[in-house]
Write a protein that binds this ligand. Sequence first.
Ligand SMILES: NC(=O)C1=CN([C@@H]2O[C@H](COP(=O)(O)OP(=O)(O)OC[C@H]3O[C@@H](n4cnc5c(N)ncnc54)[C@H](O)[C@@H]3O)[C@@H](O)[C@H]2O)C=CC1
Ligand SMILES: NCCCC(=O)O
Length: 216
Amino acid sequence: MAIQIPSRQLFIDGEWREPVLKKWIPIINPATEEIVGDIPAATAEDVEIAVDAARRAFSWNEGKYWASTSGPFRAKFLHAISSMILERKSELAKLEVVDTGKPLDEAASDMDGVASCFKYYAELAEALDAKQKAPVSIPVQSFKTYVLKEPIGVVALITPWNYPLLMAAWKIAPALAAGCTAIMKPSELASVTCLELAEICRQVDIPPGVLKIVTG
Ligand SMILES: NC(=O)C1=CN([C@@H]2O[C@H](COP(=O)(O)OP(=O)(O)OC[C@H]3O[C@@H](n4cnc5c(N)ncnc54)[C@H](O)[C@@H]3O)[C@@H](O)[C@H]2O)C=CC1
Ligand SMILES: NCCCC(=O)O
């Protein structure tokens, strides 16, 4: 399948960055065993930079940034990602075929799942604020009890090779919808479409540091 693998770097703080130690891992097409490109090989040095960026994105402006944006604000980015996945579905599916060796039909169906996942969590984010402080009935009159949902902070997401972008969506979409910032480490065996997700995030202007993709 003739498709050019885009040349990407690490996605940190909203921009592409070379890995500190300038190491790369070859991408091997399992169907032909040919080397078809490479991905950045991040090391601990890059992870430190990514964690620092994620902490700043979570809490800068005295904690009034991503973590305390409104659900609809966060949903706007998740909807935009979902739309762009559908726009690029055919290309993303082909990239995943070359990266994993799975059949094209299955890869295309995975891309529908990716788009649906971002849309689903966008809708949950939109509904989240109205559900905050939902009262809980307890048999004691002297307490007021309610449920408050708060983002936990910076989350690290490790995903597998067999559904590269779908499993990334399953982890990234809920984390971002909840107001967490995230560092994603795709499988070193299949990182290509996750790096394309980084490019999509860049194109939809997701605030810097909210999502980092660190391959290696
Ligand atoms: N594989 C699948 O079909 C599914 C996987 N998941 C979830 O995705 C995640 C990864 O799935 P696996 O099947 O384990 O994928 P996997 O065996 O492909 O491993 C994914 C990545 O984990 C890295 N890894 C392994 N041990 C590590 C460690 N100690 N520290 C840092 N990185 C490490 C590997 O280098 C690899 O890049 C898990 O949380 C799993 O529950 C969820 C649904 C389906
Ligand atoms: N269709 C993706 C399934 C992944 C899983 O549940 O293991």
